[in-house]
Design a protein around this ligand. Structure first.
Ligand SMILES: [Zn+2]
Length: 351
């Protein structure tokens, strides 16, 4: 894009008194790590790239499917046809939106072995995930490295958000000490999700992000904000008194980073609403797609691009669809049983 004044495209944003030219220059020099580029993540990435963040790292483990298109605003039908990973599909759109932003797509599952590296150089971490395990990891890293993060979640027609600035506000574990057990909260499988609540929650998160990046931390939301677009309700829960939980919060008071140091990097993860299980197998070297495709071609059609390899098998009269990534990770559709998935992985992908 040609313009004599590179700041011209941000002129309307700079007129907002809290931003100004100085705030815009801080935004342009900022680095953000976005964990998850699905429903919340696509709205967050779209807004921040248009706003002119300097560098955006987008991390996601999944690929684009037809049921994503109802709410994941950066994707379209061609991304489904081309079997693109979400991080790569998002990066292509984001580069077309604002070529002056450095976009770094990372196709990976966020776990305790990689999250510190992915967040170390960021000024801000954003939650675009759909699971509490990653949120507790983000919370641990945020407190450990002293970097702010913005929590967001949406299920059904309800969503919530909270901004965490280590040392200033309560952390996630001060407010939610343990993750909700299975069945305690709705998932997108049981409750579905309405696109507007996603946009609203992510837009609140993006506003918080812009305040923090522009150096206006005094303007952030310091409460847990809960909204329901179907019931037309909103609640603000005062969480400030929970800060440090009387010196006993394991994370921000005792600095015990249990998620980061624990054995939570599970080998299998059942994926929300997908009848699918992810199997993670750490490998020393990238998978050889050509060799694997040759080996599998006897069982049925195999398709591959440089990001992933897909194939279908019928095993015990049940159909399964495998999506395998170069790092050895696989998403197996057709079961939500981790043991079954592990067996299928060993049988078709190998050890
Ligand atoms: Zn805490």
């Amino acid at each position: 894009m040609t313009s004599d004044n590179p700041l011209e495209r941000y002129s309307r944003q700079m007129r907002v008194p809290g931003i100004g030219k100085a705030g815009q220059q801080r935004i342009l020099a900022s680095r953000v790590t976005l964990c998850g580029v699905g429903a919340l993540g696509t709205v967050l990435a779209n807004t921040l790239v248009r706003a002119g963040v300097g560098h955006l790292r987008v991390i996601d483990r999944d690929f684009v499917e037809p049921s994503n298109l109802q709410r994941q605003v950066l994707f379209d039908e061609s991304d489904v046809t081309n079997n693109l990973p979400k991080a790569e599909a998002a990066a292509a759109k984001l580069r077309a939106i604002n070529s002056s932003v450095q976009i770094e797509p990372v196709v990976a599952d966020i776990d305790r072995t990689n999250i510190e590296e992915l967040c170390r150089d960021a000024d801000l971490i954003l939650d675009g995930t759909d699971n509490f395990e990653v949120r507790y990891l983000i919370n641990d890293v945020s407190v450990k490295l002293g970097k702010p993060w913005v929590y967001g979640g949406a299920v059904g027609t309800e969503g919530m958000t909270m901004t965490i600035v280590p040392g200033e506000t309560p952390c996630l574990r001060c407010v939610f000490e343990a993750s909700p057990g299975p069945g305690e909260v709705g998932t997108c499988e049981t409750a579905g999700v309405l696109a507007p609540i996603v946009s609203i929650v992510a837009s609140f998160q993006a506003a918080e992000a812009l305040k923090l990046l522009a150096g206006k931390a005094d303007a952030i939301n310091r409460e847990l904000f809960v909204l329901n677009v179907w019931e037309n309700t909103s609640r603000r829960v005062k969480v400030a008194p929970l800060k440090g939980r009387k010196g006993q919060c394991p994370c921000c008071a005792l600095r015990k980073f249990e998620w980061l140091e624990g054995e939570h990097g599970t080998q299998t993860t059942t994926l929300c609403g997908r009848n699918a299980v992810q199997v993670t197998q750490r490998r020393a070297a990238a998978l050889d797609f050509a060799a694997l495709a040759k080996q599998l071609s006897a069982s049925g059609p195999v398709t591959a691009n440089r990001f992933l390899l897909k194939f279908g098998v019928t095993d015990g009269e049940e159909p399964y669809e495998f999506t395998v990534f170069p790092d050895g990770r696989a998403i197996i559709k057709g079961t939500d049983d981790p043991d079954r998935a592990r067996t299928l992985y060993a049988k078709y992908v190998g050890h």
